[in-house]
Design a protein around this ligand. Structure first.
Ligand code: FAQ
Length: 318
């Protein structure tokens, strides 16, 4: 392609972004736009799949049948989210096998939050309330992201996440209004999940490598810091209703800013977790690798069946 032709395509692409039109898989797009989307969307897909593990740990130990059914449905939803997102990523010209390989080899990232352990039942409440709450705040703007398949996947994902958030909050409400031991369990879960939930939004805007370009492409519609602040402002009143305290002595309403001020985030801890040294990184990755290896015979059987069926069709046609 000549330089003039590329310039022309770039101008068409930029004009579409400016008009808030979606970029579709068959449209021309800059290589960096394609790669950035593969990176973010596949990390998002991996997060959903790895995100099933901390909660899966509690399915057999849910305190009642009602809780078990809701948790089972939530974890299944997360598998579904991972599958839509892998499919949407494949439209950018990368195969499912390559994406899995990147996860299993440790090359691809997934959200830091899923490298923390779920020690008590209250952690399941805290994940639904805080982690799904943070995920919704991050993902609602992604419903109007510029890449069509990602934006459309996010619409359904967000609807399901809002059910997840409510089931988590309801668990916390029940525990907070229960016995002193149950309330203490809820407070302990909040203490452990609060700061990692704030880290989910990624590094501060001045440390973020991708935000500036991703905002220009309308991949990201809000910055990491803006979303984090929105999450804090929304969540503090919810903690007040629960009668639980946020583990941040610097948390204070700032009348002038119209937002809560909050204390320093431990970014060393965040980067340690992102680099693979969190409390559960090794365990999470090993579980995914084992599941892939143990599922080999299922994939082989499905492929053999599909090939046989195709052979039979050819024979019948001939
Ligand atoms: N963990 O320049 P930025 C869920 C990396 S789904 C690990 O700011 P960007 C549902 C980042 O990749 C949760 N790594 O990057 C659920 C980059 O490294 P790279 C997942 C992180 O992409 C609930 C570097 O740091 N959600 O919870 C993290 O512009 C309950 C510099 O960062 C999504 O993926 C992190 N927290 O902004 C499931 C949403 N943050 O790639 C089960 C879509 C940053 O250059 C149970 N993604 N990094 O090597 C996004 O919105 C963005 O990708 C951000 C990061 C905001 C996460």
């Amino acid at each position: 392609m000549s330089e003039k032709e590329i310039k022309n395509l770039e101008a068409i692409f930029e004009a579409k972004i400016a008009r808030d039109e979606k970029i579709e898989p068959k449209d021309w797009m800059p290589e960096k736009y394609r790669k950035t989307h593969i990176r973010q969307m596949s990390q998002h897909a991996h997060s959903e799949i790895v995100g099933m593990l901390p909660e899966g740990n509690w399915i057999t130990r849910a305190p009642s049948l009602r809780r078990k059914v809701a948790l089972l449905a939530k974890v299944q939803d997360e598998a579904g989210h991972g599958l839509y997102l892998y499919s949407a990523t494949e439209t950018l010209g990368i195969s499912r096998e390559e994406l899995y390989e990147q996860l299993h080899s440790g090359k691809a990232k997934y959200s830091s939050i899923f490298n923390y352990p779920t020690i008590t039942w209250a952690d399941i409440g805290a994940i639904g309330w805080l982690v799904d709450g943070a995920a919704i705040i991050n993902q609602v703007p992604l419903c109007s992201t510029s890449f069509g398949p990602y934006a459309r996947a996010m619409v359904r994902v967000c609807k399901e996440e809002s059910f997840h958030q409510r089931q988590g909050y309801e668990i916390m409400l029940t525990l907070a209004n229960g016995t002193p031991e149950q309330k203490e369990m809820a407070q302990d879960a909040l203490n452990r999940w609060w700061w990692p939930s704030l880290m989910m939004f990624g590094p501060t805007d001045d440390m973020s490598t991708h935000t500036e370009q991703s905002m220009k492409w309308k991949l990201k519609r809000k910055t990491n810091d803006a979303l984090r602040q929105q999450f804090i402002d929304q969540t503090v009143p919810q903690a007040n209703i629960l009668g639980l305290s946020i583990p941040d002595p610097d948390l204070k309403w700032n009348e002038e800013r119209g937002h809560y001020d909050f204390g320093p985030i431990n970014w060393d801890e965040f980067w340690q977790v992102v680099k693979g040294h969190g409390p559960c990184n090794k365990e999470r990755l090993q579980t995914r690798v084992d599941a892939w290896e143990e599922g080999e015979w299922v994939r082989d059987a499905a492929m053999a069946y599909a090939e046989k069926k195709a052979e039979r069709k050819v024979k019948q046609a001939g």
